[in-house]
Design a protein around this ligand. Sequence first.
Ligand code: ATP
Length: 128
Amino acid sequence: MRAKTERRRRNGQFKLLDRFSSLRDALNGLGILVVEQHNARIHLVVATCVLALGLLTGLSGLEWILVFAAIALVWMAEAFNSALEYLADAAVPDTHPLIGKAKDVAAAGVLISASFAVMVGLWAFIPG
Ligand SMILES: Nc1ncnc2c1ncn2[C@@H]1O[C@H](COP(=O)(O)OP(=O)(O)OP(=O)(O)O)[C@@H](O)[C@H]1O
């Protein structure tokens, strides 16, 4: 693992194969999120329902843009939150008040994005 990172750093030049490798890593991360994180699975179910409802009700262009933005924002927040949890658990296996704070603040990021998504959903799907 370290050898791979070192090799990339030393080479430093653009390689299409490396870019595909990065894309594969990112997709692997998405898989880890869905398989290991309960909240991500909830986001997946909710996002699928919202997209299906959007197709059924026929959203406007602006509504689709905001719905996609809200879904992307929630997934980004969940990904960063989970990444921080993995890092924190690897770096500090024991309990530490600052790790607790860091995790709570990261979770607050997910809450903020989810609140925005709820507001977008209400605006897009409730008539009037
Ligand atoms: N190492 C730690 N030191 C101190 N407090 C911790 C530590 N690990 C977790 N906590 C506290 O427990 C809470 C839950 O942490 P945990 O790692 O179980 O996340 P989680 O329940 O899986 O979160 P999420 O639902 O966002 O995935 C944290 O928000 C934090 O307040």
